[in-house]
Design a protein around this ligand. Structure first.
Ligand SMILES: Nc1ncnc2c1ncn2[C@@H]1O[C@H](COP(=O)(O)OP(=O)(O)O)[C@@H](O)[C@H]1O
Ligand SMILES: [Mg+2]
Length: 312
């Protein structure tokens, strides 16, 4: 253990306190003046900043988005949420797909819900967070009624901000909020992207799925210019990767070459029937088969998400 330069540490904390204008950061600064805590050798400014951002509670809101269906948006939402929860992060999952797959994967019956996200989006009701944690995560479930939202909100003012406004009332209670989008470029996806600090894009390792990313990028550009200028890329996750086929390996290489300038390209998730088996049992993969090779990849991606910075 060695001590950081005292003055540098103090001025850094003071700077952050001023920049963030949060009481907890100011309190930390005061503590640093009174008794500077020892900091392990090798701890970087960025780590300190990450620590402070957790203390001042900047919630990372990640929307999993791709207009194609069946690319593992829902699977990743559940599994990455689970690995973040294992790291003791407070996680809320929000199901924004009328097909309600996430709600089902988490073990609830969409047809039997008393309340769903639909009432929040359409009637401005408070978020119906399920009263118990499921596998360590909180959940806002969806049901099929969400399918008619677009029509119901046809003439509503500021409709794109409905989820963002609803999350604002609860987000201080969570470190991560993961939003599972429907497979479309419609209003529900725009509402989900407007609420997010980050977007995470699962891409199936096939040439046709990769082609769709141009359309996806132009939607993100539109959201940035109209409703959410601060939206950042958390990155791209190649999914359902079968290393035995040359085409899939080429696709992963092309994803890395063409998209790494836009966002991190994470390691590919291997293709495995175990994902379908786990969702049939309504559990994350790690609870179905903790030694499965995809578990370590999911863990790695969750660790990277944990290091994301949220803009003020
Ligand atoms: N890595 C994978 N390998 C094989 N099947 C997968 C994988 N990831 C997800 N699946 C399966 O593919 C199907 C579609 O996944 P899902 O997460 O529902 O996609 P989306 O939400 O994009 O429509 C599900 O049956 C799921 O269990
Ligand atoms: Mg889905």
């Amino acid at each position: 253990m060695i001590d950081f330069n005292y003055l540098e540490r103090f001025s850094y904390c003071a700077y952050l306190a001023a920049a963030l204008q949060k009481k907890s950061a100011i309190a930390l600064t005061t503590d640093c003046i009174k008794s500077p805590p020892p900091i392990k050798f090798g701890v970087l400014r960025r780590d300190l900043k990450n620590l402070l951002s957790k203390i001042v509670n900047k919630t990372c809101i990640i929307t999993l988005f791709n207009q194609s269906g069946g690319v593992a948006k829902t699977t990743l939402t559940q599994n990455l949420g689970y690995h973040l929860a294992l790291k003791k992060r407070r996680v809320l999952l929000v199901d924004m797909d009328p097909q309600a797959s996430l709600t089902t994967f988490m073990g609830l019956e969409p047809d039997e819900l008393e309340q769903s996200i639909q009432q929040t989006i359409v009637d401005n009701k408070s978020l119906p967070i399920y009263p118990e944690l499921i596998h360590g995560m909180a959940l806002v479930p969806a049901d099929i009624n969400l399918a008619v939202t677009e029509m119901q909100l046809a003439s509503a003012i500021a409709r794109e901000y409905r989820l963002k406004n609803a999350l604002a009332t609860v987000q201080d209670n969570y470190d991560f909020i993961l939003i599972d989008c429907p497979p479309s470029l419609g209003l529900l996806s725009v509402i989900s992207l407007t609420a997010a600090t980050h977007i995470l894009v699962p891409i199936q390792c096939q040439f046709k799925s990769f082609k769709g990313t141009e359309l996806l990028l132009s939607t993100v550009a539109q959201v940035r210019s109209h409703t959410n200028p601060g939206l950042q890329f958390a990155g791209f996750v190649p999914t359902m990767f079968d290393g035995r086929t040359a085409q899939e390996s080429r696709t992963v290489k092309a994803v890395q070459e063409q998209l790494s300038d836009i966002g991190t390209v994470y390691p590919p998730i291997p293709k495995s029937i175990a994902f379908a088996d786990a969702s049939e049992r309504r559990v994350p993969l790690a609870l179905f088969d903790k030694n499965h090779s995809a578990v370590s990849v999911l863990k790695k991606i969750a660790n990277s998400l944990d290091k994301l910075e949220v803009k003020q």
